[in-house]
Write a protein that binds this ligand. Structure first.
Ligand SMILES: CCCCCC/C=C/C(=O)SCCNC(=O)CCNC(=O)[C@H](O)C(C)(C)COP(=O)(O)OP(=O)(O)OC[C@H]1O[C@@H](n2cnc3c(N)ncnc32)[C@H](O)[C@@H]1OP(=O)(O)O
Length: 365
């Protein structure tokens, strides 16, 4: 690739170094980020997109073209700067969001396979730990999260944090949950009260519960955010609830909380029409408390959480109960109704076909 710019905020050398660093990334950054990188690189090296729009059915080329076109007239030097920042963000996220695999990690709780739980500095951290599956939540993982929440409710911690290991926060329900049990998978899912019980753990959780959303969030990991007390997000996080695409319906009390938080018009766009939000949009609509640059995300968020965790524990828990108490009964009723509808959805052809289509998808970016 030939680069031409001479006077740029980011030197040619830094830009080229970023391209090299990108190759060293151990983790696949994911399509969303790949598109952003592609667009910024093209803008930085060729300027605004003037190439003809690819045909509607050429999905990959069209996605790339859209991403590049969306940068409009962003100057080349700005694109170069953003590209370099994005790469360094990915590198630092890789080194800081990788949870040390060592069982020797201080305060680590034993007995979990799919999550890592540790308590330190008055904070119990629950890390979703299936990075190769984008932290999709399997049956076993649902059970582990419930167990971890039950233990965290009783332990010495003042606040409890949920985050993800790797580039994703969580890709939602593991769609293999529908396929692992032969033949009667959907029926079994529908009969088990797992979803109801899982969401109830969040409604009833007695301490401040904070989501540290390190990357994209999908499905139930988004809807549940309405039940958290704080949501901090990296600027690389996105929020997507593709329920109608999947022949499913909203859960996690989102059918009640999302319109309340962001107004009916926006909630409809998100929950009915699969509109994916950027972190900045989710923050503007009240789902996210604050967004941080990915480069400094872990450092800034954990410094803040440590300060919060030194506040008086009982006062925090009592105040949370006051805030939540008025709505608890309503939230359980909403959860119950959402799960009833979901059970029917899981038995529908629309849902079955969507799950089959996911596992049959061929073309990836
Ligand atoms: C108690 C039950 C309560 C249930 C409540 C109802 C909950 C509803 C929901 O959560 S609906 C949302 C369900 N989630 C999805 O639809 C997301 C599906 N995944 C994807 O669309 C993509 O994987 C992606 C956009 C998250 C990431 O794309 P990409 O960056 O291209 O990565 P890969 O697709 O290659 O993913 C890597 C690897 O992970 C597997 N995987 C990712 N997410 C899921 C998932 N949710 N279920 C199952 N498997 C998932 C993916 O298949 C790849 O595996 P492979 O390499 O192909 O073996």
């Amino acid at each position: 690739m030939h680069l031409t710019a001479a006077s740029m905020q980011v030197s040619q050398q830094d830009f080229e170094k970023a391209q090299e660093q990108l190759k060293l990334l151990k983790k696949d950054p994911g399509n969303e980020v790949k598109l952003k990188l592609y667009a910024l690189f093209k803008q930085a090296t060729e300027g605004p997109c003037n190439s003809p729009k690819p045909g509607m059915l050429d999905f990959v080329k069209k996605a790339k073209w859209d991403a590049w076109k969306s940068l409009g007239s962003l100057p080349q030097d700005n694109a170069k700067q953003k590209y370099t920042e994005l790469v360094s963000g990915l590198i630092s996220a890789e080194s800081s969001s990788q949870v040390p695999g060592a069982a020797a990690e201080e305060g680590r709780h034993d007995g979990y396979e799919n999550i890592i739980v540790n308590t330190q500095n008055n904070i119990t951290k629950i890390t979703l730990n299936r990075p190769e599956m984008k932290n999709a939540i399997s049956h076993e993982m649902y059970r582990e999260i419930m167990k971890a929440l039950e233990e965290a409710a009783k332990d010495d911690s003042t606040i409890v944090v949920i985050t993800g290991n790797g580039d994703y926060y969580c890709s939602g329900n593991d769609l293999k949950n529908f396929t692992n049990i032969p033949a009667d998978a959907m029926e079994k899912m529908a009969k088990e009260g797992e979803a109801l019980d899982f969401v109830a753990h969040f409604i009833d959780f007695p301490k401040p519960l904070i989501a540290v959303v390190n990357g994209p969030a999908v499905g139930i990991s988004v809807t549940l955010l309405g039940l958290f007390d704080l949501v901090y997000a990296s600027d690389m996080a996105t929020f997507h609830t593709p329920f109608s695409q999947l022949g499913q319906s909203p859960e996690g009390c989102s059918s009640y909380l999302f319109p309340k938080i962001m107004g009916a018009a926006k909630a409809n766009e998100i929950l009915l029409f699969n509109k994916k939000l950027t972190a900045a949009e989710a923050c503007a609509h009240g789902l996210v408390t604050e967004v941080f640059p990915n480069r400094t995300f872990q450092k800034e968020v954990w410094a803040r959480l440590k300060a919060y965790a030194s506040l008086p524990k009982n006062s925090l828990a009592i105040s949370k109960q006051l805030l939540r108490g008025v709505e608890k009964e309503k939230l359980h009723a909403v959860n119950s109704q959402e799960c009833e509808v979901l059970k029917e959805r899981w038995l529908s052809d629309e849902c079955l076909n969507a799950v089959v289509a996911f596992f049959q998808r061929k073309s990836k970016l």
